[in-house]
Design a protein around this ligand. Structure first.
Ligand code: SF4
Length: 341
């Protein structure tokens, strides 16, 4: 019996290849460029349909810049961004516009990201009418009512202004606005960081439910691994403009392979108070992205650094099924030497 040919793997919804964003530094109004801030320096990842990938790292590691560059709110310096197989990093504004409908963002601050002069109804109607998604007032009303139901807000709240809501309710409005044009990908940029702990959990649960219901993909940008654990399928850890480890959530939380991920995870509180976790305190501050360290960018703070780390930059390599890390410790040729260092 002949076997049916294997189905080709579905293409990821979002592919990011070797993305770079270098901000020029000018010392005066008329002076030339005196250097660059290497905010994002060669980042690659993909997100499947209905999947959540979390981008984590300390503040200033470049994770928000990745989100903004993917959205083309800022222009990339180099690299490729593909949505559904189509390159969007070099599309002219006119051709990018219809694709913007499919990628939306929820920002950290629900207070400043909603226009205070507009009622919720107008805030939500704007993307629907801008993209011509309702042909009549009745259809628009139905869509608005459906959005309020989806984010679990009462329909009559549409007639109120943003300042009449709590922080968590405003973030629900932000999510409704992101869903309004029927988006496929939502970039949540520290979307729950400004909220109280209990409200954070409610918003994370809402995002999970919406993903199950609608199949949207999420790029969840956060510095908080404890929150990430509740929502994500995979995690990419960033340090000084680069991804240093990427793996599915279970593997990464159970057996991190990069010393920086180990340090970040050691700071996450464990739910069982009888379980002790050895906290790894990293020495020094995050170096400047204007002059990143040579070799492995983490070598100035890494408790396992050895000579090679100062001169040779490690690349992301498979270290376990579905797990990639950029660290010389996982090179079989140097491992015994490194362990002894
Ligand atoms: Fe540490 Fe070296 Fe691995 Fe970098 S390459 S994380 S400095 S051991």
């Amino acid at each position: 019996m002949t076997q049916a040919p294997a189905k080709p793997a579905a293409r990821p919804l979002l592919e990011v290849n070797d993305l770079k964003k270098h901000f020029p530094i000018r010392s005066g109004f008329l002076s030339g460029i005196s250097g660059y801030v290497y905010a994002v320096d060669g980042v690659s990842f993909s997100i499947n349909r209905g999947e959540t990938l979390s981008l984590v790292g300390e503040s200033g590691c470049g994770k928000s810049t990745v989100g903004r560059t993917v959205l083309r709110l800022i222009e990339p310096t180099a690299g490729q961004v593909l949505l559904d197989g189509e390159r969007i990093d070099d599309l002219p504004a006119r051709r990018l516009r219809p694709l913007r409908r499919r990628m939306q963002v929820v920002f950290q601050d629900p207070f400043s990201s909603l226009n205070p002069r507009l009622k919720v109804r107008d805030i939500l109607a704007e993307p629907i009418t801008n993209f011509g998604l309702a042909t009549s007032k009745g259809e628009l009303d139905d869509r608005l009512a459906d959005l309020m139901d989806k984010v679990r807000l009462p329909r009559d709240a549409m007639n109120r202004f943003p300042h009449e809501f709590s922080g968590g309710q405003r973030q629900r409005i932000g999510i409704a606005r992101a869903l309004a044009p029927g988006s496929d990908l939502i970039i949540c940029d520290e979307a729950v960081s400004a909220l109280d702990v209990s409200v954070k959990a409610q918003i994370v649960n809402l995002l999970s439910d919406l993903q199950d219901e609608l199949g949207v993909s999420l790029l969840f940008i956060s510095h908080d691994l404890a929150i990430v654990e509740h929502i994500t399928h995979r995690v990419a850890v960033m340090y000084l403009g680069k991804i240093v480890e990427i793996a599915d959530k279970k593997t990464l939380f159970a057996a991190p392979k990069h010393p920086y991920t180990e340090a970040l995870l050691s700071a996450v509180p464990v739910p069982d108070p009888t379980t002790k976790r050895n906290r790894i305190i990293l020495k020094g501050d995050v170096p400047s992205p204007i002059r990143p360290p040579s070799g492995c960018r983490f070598h100035t703070r890494c408790p396992h650094a050895f000579d090679r780390c100062k001169v040779e930059e490690p690349t992301l390599k498979v270290v376990a099924p579905g797990q990639f890390a950029a660290c010389h410790l996982h090179d079989p040729a140097v491992q015994p030497v490194a362990r002894a260092a």
